[in-house]
Write a protein that binds this ligand. Structure first.
Ligand code: FE2
Ligand code: FE2
Length: 246
């Protein structure tokens, strides 16, 4: 694992540790020497575990938005290089579009469409917002198709192609920043109110299973590494470069 993600704490490892601790606490509870202070500790611990696990599914989706925001920054850099007429390594663009297709559109958005939106749109106040979000998912897929088609053309350095590519990328960024921000601030918080604790736990397991099915073990970490490789290739990995000198 690279330095960029070595600090990342695997959700599966976290769940394993939690399960082991809960099992240990359950054994303690059943023992004859389990007194009041231990019972209180046990109750607090169960409460902690319940609350911690209860945020897992939405935390997952928000973390995936973190990937999306990094991909949007990569797109922004690519668009500005295209607009400046700079020669761009074609793989930077096609790899970014491919990550967006595989991770954002075919995985993250499918999770939202399959598990989150159907519940959220039952809340009358959220119905219109979900409708817009669904339309934007399709618009994003259309843009990714168009960007990929243009990027794969034989003469990617053609000025007309570059201009059109920069335009499509700009439209993509412009739509997805507010899109993800609405999900983070309205849809995901509301989701807590429309599912039971059991459904929430099940959703976490379904998200996990789908992530493993599509990206293998430690799929999220692998995607983070691919994003970091693109950032390094474009010269925008170093976070200090974004700190203003004021
Ligand atoms: Fe979405
Ligand atoms: Fe999203």
């Amino acid at each position: 694992m690279s330095n960029t993600t070595s600090h990342y704490y695997s959700r599966r490892q976290f769940a394993k540790n939690m399960a082991a601790l809960v099992a240990a606490a359950a054994v303690s509870k059943s023992s004859a020497v389990f007194g009041e202070p231990q019972q209180r500790t046990y109750r607090l611990w169960r409460l902690y575990v319940k609350n911690t696990l209860a945020v897992t599914a939405i935390e997952d989706l928000m973390r995936e938005h973190g990937i999306l925001y990094r991909l949007l920054l990569i797109y922004e850099e690519i668009a500005s290089q295209l607009a400046a007429g700079k020669e761009l390594a074609p793989a930077n663009l096609t790899d970014t579009a491919d990550l967006i297709r595989r991770f954002v559109e075919d995985y993250h958005e499918k999770l939202e469409e399959d598990f989150v939106f159907p519940r959220a749109e039952k809340v009358s106040e959220l119905y219109e917002l979900v409708k817009v979000l669904r339309i934007q998912h399709q618009a994003g897929r259309n843009l990714t198709d168009a960007i990929t088609r243009l990027a794969l053309r034989t003469s990617p350095q053609d000025p007309q192609n570059q201009k059109k590519l920069a335009e499509y990328i700009h439209l993509f960024i412009r739509m997805y920043r507010p899109h993800a921000a609405r999900e983070d601030t309205i849809i995901f918080p509301a989701f807590h109110d429309v599912v039971t604790a059991d459904e929430y736990m099940q959703l976490g397991e379904q998200v996990d299973a789908r992530e493993t099915q599509l990206f293998g073990e430690d799929g999220f970490e692998k995607i983070v590494e691919q994003v970091a490789d693109l950032e390094i290739s474009l010269g925008i990995y170093d976070l200090t470069k974004f700190t203003p000198a004021v």
